[in-house]
Write a protein that binds this ligand. Structure first.
Ligand SMILES: [Zn+2]
Length: 345
């Protein structure tokens, strides 16, 4: 063991003793290579067809007022269940639920729906700094990146809000322009949480400028871009930006697929570019659809999880994509993107 490794190992042991008597190093080691779902760890090969970015429930009220008191979980369950059953009939076997804390994350509801449908479902830890910080809790401004990371590592170690459900990834969000102070803090907290847990970081990002800044922050923190998913990459029109991020190792998520003609054309263009670059091995697809909306009659308008199966994948085939290429994006890439594992530089 050289000095650098020794220092790192000592720091890990010291950190583990501070955070939990069990120690995160041990917990992480036992999960390495697994997919962590709301009902437990599974092998990546058990994931099957994955919807990598969807929502069951989102509450837009804002961090200060977000609360599980704002809806009846039984009512939400009844409304959401048929949409998940429909997705399963169409071929979805694993569903990545991307609603973060303070905007409607409900780990108990995710677990209950997973048990009722037989779909593997993942939930997350982390805070959402997009939408002009409306969903960032007040304590995040006061606390350091390390303190936020301790909170998120604690959800990994102890489960989320007393449910025993562990996060399967880290979900953060940043605004459209250059990273603000709070957005940068969330990225650093996510990087430090990744190093302690091996959880992949999915960041609501959208555009190239913040995307490349996030990759730089991760690098400063010693985290490889392969631990990071550029969510909503479809919003960036310039394919060279996707190429640059993918070449750095990042996952590129075109996760707003839709049967709407304009969006179909947009996504076909992006995917053709990635194919031409030889980078389809780093692409993820999903709808960013759903969701039950607390405060609206009967949960409001719910967008079903169907367009990928019924319209988008057939359109890709018409545009020369092979079944193998589609399988890569929907079955193979998600296994590697979400498997637990520390990716250090
Ligand atoms: Zn989303």
């Amino acid at each position: 063991m050289n000095r650098r490794d020794f220092v790192r190992t000592s720091a890990l042991v010291a950190g583990a003793a501070m955070v939990s008597p069990l120690g995160f190093a041990k917990a992480e080691a036992s999960m390495t290579g697994k997919i962590v779902t709301a009902t437990g760890a599974i092998d990546p090969d058990a994931m099957g067809f994955v919807l990598t970015h969807e929502h069951i429930l989102v509450d837009f009220i804002g961090a200060a007022e977000a609360s599980k008191e704002r809806y009846d979980a039984d009512d939400a369950f009844e409304v959401i269940l048929p949409y998940l059953q429909q997705a399963k009939e169409l071929g979805c076997q694993t569903f990545v639920e991307c609603t973060p804390s303070y905007i409607g994350k409900d780990a108990a509801l995710v677990k209950r729906l997973s048990e009722a449908t037989g779909i593997h479902m993942l939930t997350n830890t982390g805070y959402y700094g997009a939408a002009n910080d409306k969903y960032v809790p007040a304590h995040a401004y006061e606390e350091t990146a390390d303190a936020l990371s301790v909170r998120w590592v604690n959800e990994w170690e102890e489960g989320i809000e007393g449910t025993g459900v562990k996060p399967g990834f880290i979900k953060i969000g940043v605004d459209k322009e250059s990273l603000s102070e709070i957005d940068e803090k969330l990225v650093r907290a996510a990087a430090r949480t990744h190093l302690k847990t091996g959880l992949t970081i999915m960041s609501h990002t959208g555009y190239g400028i913040p995307a490349h800044e996030e990759i730089s922050v991760l690098k400063e923190e010693g985290v490889d871009a392969g631990a990071w998913i550029w969510t909503h990459a479809q919003n960036e029109k310039d394919n060279a930006q996707h190429k640059k991020a993918a070449e750095a190792g990042a996952w590129i998520a075109f996760d707003g697929v839709n049967a709407n003609e304009k969006r179909l054309l947009r996504d076909v263009k992006h995917l053709k570019a990635m194919k031409e670059y030889g980078l389809l091995g780093q692409v993820l697809l999903s709808h960013d659809a759903g969701w039950y909306r607390p405060g609206e009659p009967n949960g409001g308008k719910f967008r079903p999880f169907v367009d990928l199966f019924e319209t988008v994948l057939p359109t890709l085939k018409e545009n020369g994509f092979t079944q193998d290429e589609i399988d890569f994006m929907t079955l193979e890439n998600p296994k590697r993107a979400f498997a637990i594992g520390v990716k250090e530089i």
